[in-house]
Design a protein. Sequence first.
Length: 400
Amino acid sequence: MSDLSPGDDALELARLIISIDSVSPSLVPGAPGEGRIAAVIAERLEGAGFVVDLVPAPEDAQRVSVVAVHAGSQPGPTVVFNGHLDTVGVEGMVDPLNPRIADGKLYGRGASDMKSGLAGLIVAAERLAAADHPGAVVFTGVADEEDASVGAAAVLRHLADRGVTADVCLIAEPTWLDRVSAHRGYAVVEVTLQGTAAHSSQPGLAVDAIRALDALLQEVERADDELHRRPAHPLLDHGSFTTTVVRAGSAPFTIAADATLVIERRILPGERAENALIEVQEMLEAVAAKTPGLRTSARLTHQREAWEADEQGPAARFADVLAMELSRAGAAPAAVGAPYWMESALWQAAGIPTVVCGPAGGGLHAAEEWVDVDQLRRFPEAVIAATRDALSTRPAPGTS
Ligand SMILES: [Zn+2]
């Protein structure tokens, strides 16, 4: 193991893994994906005494995730570290795979999202494994987080097949070391409106799909307004309805026979993503009632649940200790909600309470991505302390 401090070790490792191209092939066709970065991490954790599996996604064997387990000398709790190996594309970036440091910022694709978080988790896992500990430390690096989460699904199946249950999962997504305690979910509904075409000089013969479209857009706005009148979630504000795609019409003198819309719904904890389809179907009924002869269809194309952290139990304690350690190291973590979806919902749905915290900077998914080097350096030591605390906490009788 390195003589460096955990923080400096994580900085070195972040530079190494930023230099490995792991752009997602589902976002950029032909991009290399996770194979090489997974192999490098697997080798490193094997060297640190972990039992390592490379887990291909059943949908695509090229999309590889890493699962590394270090069992302690006595039974005890299990702590999972999780991060994603893939990044978005590098279009428009200057030297995205050649990490450089300037003014306390480490630049490169994935510097913030989320190779610095990964590096911190890996270094923390190694240091924990190097000393005697009860329970188990599990590192998971997943493929395809930026698109369809086939890696997380494969890893959760892999763990379930091996009977691995965990008491807490730390996801090191870029949170500026804040403690993200909730995120919204979403659903996407694709709608088609089928009318009847006619020459525009004879509108009486047509069932005008564009008029129906207009009525539907108003229904979506009304539904969005209604969501904003409901009480706000303390961290996540409101749910929403947004029309994100509209297509209709074919020619200047033809009344449109059909229209397609994509309607996106953000949901709050406590709501179910699939209910968005029912809500959209109700809007369609209202539109169809005003448009004789109109046929409509709606289909749910994406759905992801919202997530809210447990306020009690091992994950809450882990988050408290992590925040305390980060404060001692000079950070000032706050409890915040994330505007976007994360895989925390999948872990929690699998019965593993989740904490989300990691180093960040700026330019996520943008042309100049960087991580704050101080945050990166502070992170691993706080993770080690919070994990030692979690591993040494005996569960109360009758709980697991
Ligand atoms: Zn991410």
